[in-house]
Write a protein that binds this ligand. Structure first.
Ligand code: CBF
Length: 802
């Protein structure tokens, strides 16, 4: 859209006055934010309505991306950017004497997700709109996010994440689109006069699912897609009066993201959430389709539903239910439609993360869905036992060991099953879903994850963006593959110096932020070494910490080193005790290092609490080193690796997840690889001959670093240090931290040396930025579109050009 600075100023003053009955200089920053968000929404309304109308008129095939999490990050700046008016708005605000960044900072990060899978879902929403694909999101409107992380005496403390305290400016309540979701009760199958079975539900607990729609604005293309988030409410006018307690029970369904599932009630709530948003989504899709079609015959040509990990896997039996019970479609026809519509992404190889539900809990909560799964299970066994044998089918049928097994259900009911990086997709076939691969080899494929450079470079990294515009023009903003033009300047020393200067500017900004957040003064000239991701043993923050302890001891012995600042951001799941112990140790190590003036000249450590999307936007542009050091074969893909490379950070990595593709993209000279390969680790597992203690006994540096966990040198970690020490030695180091220690140190030493040659470093950074375009989520969703969803992307401009 086009908007001049002057128009903006007039409209902004006007809307602020209408909203608050006060001139701008009387408004708080929060009020200014609300006014600006409302004005921005008013620009979105028309293209949003037009996009919907166009999809309906042209009968565009639409994708519905079902995900229990979305992690969009702040939306104001990105909506302004995508509308094409960010510069005008910023210029207008400046002219009004207001600081744009201060206003942007008043927006809360939506607490609708917590990790990689949720962030990926949001990147896909942004990408689908930006490439002109009819892509809708379907999820939950959580009132509270995961938790707000604080550190008290170095321990993680979980505070409520009341992210909606000031409302959520981007949502539109659509009570006229509400649907009823039925839980519990029992089901009667009664033959009807027509010969069909009538399904009658008795004594169900009904919940009203009310949708809140959020606009997903495409980049400079007038496309606005829809993210639909469901909120649970007590039904109205149902002839029942609900007690406050009952209402509270219903509201609880969408109150909080990721209830702690370490106990039975937490688990129940999680399962309830899964059925709630899945059923609501399916019902609303079918209802919308039926408004313009009098049968379901062509449904699969108009609708693709994607299951983001197994949490929405009940979409499969739920679609079967709606097709059979409400639309009176036969089982065979319903199954044909369902298979054609559904596709599934697996995001993890960790067996403990593969969802299963106890049958008694499941069948009590969703009896009709359970009946349908029983029938899927029965037919699956009937067809495949004769071909593949009882034992194999027992292993992978949807029901087994008293459990409903969601990954198997998702795989059996989807026409496509993908992993998120080549190594991960291969391991799915080889290992976790091997038996299913034997049966359905054609379903398996890879779709490497992607990120949105609009957020990470255009918004997050202004100094780099301006430099790129100056050097290669602005095409890269629309097509990130244009970043490859940077290769032409790999020997342009002036440009390399400019790249370093942009990085230095970002580092100064981050240093200031660190001081504000954790009150540590860091040296912006240090190497900024970053590890930002969820805290999990397989991600091996612990290896990074042991590396820091080794450096600490070396400096204490009098060794001089290039100064390094280690920056961590990580939340641990509230019930994950071991991860929380690692957090405590990390904080204690930070205190030890930063508090020792001999050491802090060369080494500093900061652990920024409450890591999230907005914090990532501040950290990533300033990173020199990107630590991607998971045990090979454990990280499905990772996406912080892609974001950090796009900011020119050098990847220090194991051959795991998408690190491998990053290495292939930039070449061996422009990444630092270390550690055991997946095959080597599999070899240890097979032979059973990994002896962590041997490494401890034979490597004096490792020995000394590990001893620090238990010898009192790090104050305040008696219990945690001992537990971690034991996990590594007594319990034989499940994640091969000790085996990779030596090569990790060697890789770090190479990086230290390299940093002494700023232009050579900059040249490697340049190679990383230049090759980062291929990881744009725009390309990822186009691959999904072509190969899985069978949809075509189109924008209003395409019509114009045609
Ligand atoms: O695919 C997106 C991301 O998902 C996870 O975060 C997940 O939730 N399972 C994986 O751990 C990441 O490797 C992956 O990038």
């Amino acid at each position: 859209m086009s908007l001049t600075k002057e128009q903006f100023i007039t409209e902004f003053k006007d809307i602020a006055l209408k909203l608050y009955a006060a001139p701008l200089d009387d408004l708080s920053t929060q009020q200014l934010y609300q006014a600006l968000a409302l004005l921005t929404r008013s620009y979105i309304g028309q293209p949003w309505a037009e996009t919907k109308k166009r999809y309906d008129q042209e009968e565009t095939k639409q994708v519905f991306y079902f995900s229990i999490e979305f992690l969009p990050g702040r939306l104001l700046q990105s909506n302004l950017l995508n509308l094409g008016i960010l510069s005008e708005v910023e210029a207008g605000l400046n002219e009004l004497g207001l600081r744009p960044q201060k206003i942007f900072d008043a927006e809360a990060d939506p607490g609708l997700g917590n990790g990689g899978l949720g962030r990926l879902a949001s990147a896909f929403m942004d990408a689908m709109a930006s490439v002109g694909m009819a892509g809708n999101g379907n999820g939950i409107r959580y009132q509270y996010g995961l938790f707000k992380q604080a550190f008290v005496n170095g321990y993680q403390v979980e505070l409520p994440d009341d992210w909606m305290r000031n409302g959520f400016a981007w949502e539109t309540r659509k009570e006229n689109r509400a649907v009823t979701v039925k839980f519990g009760g029992w089901v009667e199958l009664r033959p009807s006069r027509s010969g069909n079975l009538r399904v009658i539900y008795h004594n169900t607990d009904d919940v009203l699912a009310v949708p809140y729609d959020v606009a997903m604005v495409g980049y400079h293309n007038q496309v606005v897609n829809n993210l639909r988030l469901w909120s649970a409410e007590a039904p109205i006018n149902a002839g029942t009066d609900f007690t406050l307690e009952q209402k509270e029970r219903i509201n609880q369904i969408t109150q909080i993201l990721y209830p702690d599932d370490s106990d039975a009630s937490g688990k129940q709530l999680r399962l309830r959430q899964e059925y709630f948003f899945t059923s609501a989504g399916i019902q609303s899709i079918v209802r919308h389709y039926r408004r313009t079609h009098n049968s379901m015959a062509g449904f699969a040509d108009r609708v693709a539903i994607h299951i983001n990990d197994t949490h929405p896997a009940m979409a499969i039996p739920e679609l079967m239910r709606v097709l059979m019970d409400d639309e009176h479609v036969s089982w065979d026809e319903a199954w044909r439609i369902t298979l054609k519509v559904m596709s599934y992404t697996n995001h993890t190889l960790l067996s403990e993360a593969l969802e299963v539900w106890p049958i008694d809990m499941f069948s009590g909560m969703v009896p009709r869905i359970y009946q349908i799964i029983q029938e899927i299970d029965r037919r699956f066994r009937l067809v495949f036992v004769p071909q593949f044998g009882q034992a194999m089918i027992d292993r992978i049928a949807p029901l087994g060991n008293g459990q409903v097994r969601m990954a198997y259900l998702a795989s059996i009911g989807s026409h496509a099953i993908n992993g998120v990086a080549p190594i991960h997709s291969e391991l799915l076939k080889k290992d976790v879903l091997h038996d299913l691969y034997q049966i359905f080899p054609e379903r398996f494929n890879n779709k490497t994850n992607g990120i949105t450079p609009r957020r990470w470079i255009q918004i997050g990294d202004r100094p780099l963006s301006h430099l790129l515009d100056k050097k290669i023009g602005t095409t890269w903003r629309k097509n990130p593959l244009a970043l490859r033009q940077l290769h032409d300047f790999a020997d342009d020393t002036r440009f390399l110096d400019d790249l370093n200067a942009a990085k230095a500017e970002n580092k100064r900004a981050l240093a200031k932020y660190i001081d504000q957040v954790v009150h540590v003064k860091v040296d912006p000239d240090a190497i900024f070494d970053v590890q930002i991701k969820r805290l999990h043993a397989y991600k091996r923050q612990l290896l990074h910490v042991l590396g820091i302890l080794d450096a600490y001891l070396a400096i204490k012995r009098g060794e001089k080193r290039p100064k390094r600042l280690h920056i961590f951001g990580a939340k641990a799941a509230p019930s994950y005790v071991y991860a929380k112990e690692i957090i405590k140790v990390m904080n204690a190590v930070a205190d030890l290092v930063n508090g020792d003036p001999d050491v802090s000249k060369y080494l500093q450590v900061v652990f920024l609490p409450n890591y999230g999307v907005t914090m990532a936007e501040k950290i990533i542009p300033a990173a020199d080193i990107s630590e991607q050091i998971s045990t090979a074969g454990k990280e499905a893909s990772g996406t912080s690796n892609m974001k950090l490379m796009s900011a020119g950070a050098l990847t220090l990595a194991t051959l795991d997840g998408a690190n491998i593709e990053i290495k292939d993209a930039v070449g061996d000279d422009n990444v630092e690889i270390f550690g055991l390969t997946e095959e080597e680790i599999a070899g240890y597992y097979q032979r059973g001959d990994y002896h962590a203690r041997d490494f401890y006994d034979q490597d004096p540096r490792l020995h000394a670093a590990l001893d620090m966990l238990v010898n009192g040198q790090i104050p305040g970690i008696e219990t945690e240090g001992r537990d971690i020490f034991n996990s590594l030695l007594t319990y034989n180091d499940e994640y091969f931290v000790l085996a990779d220690f030596e090569s990790y140190l060697a890789a770090n030493e190479r990086l230290d040396k390299l940093y002494q040659q700023p232009r050579i470093w900059a040249k490697k950074a340049l190679a990383n930025i230049a090759e980062s375009g291929r990881f744009s989520a725009d390309f990822t969703v186009q691959r999904y579109g072509r190969e899985i969803w069978h949809v075509v992307a189109k924008t209003p401009e395409d019509d114009h050009e045609a």
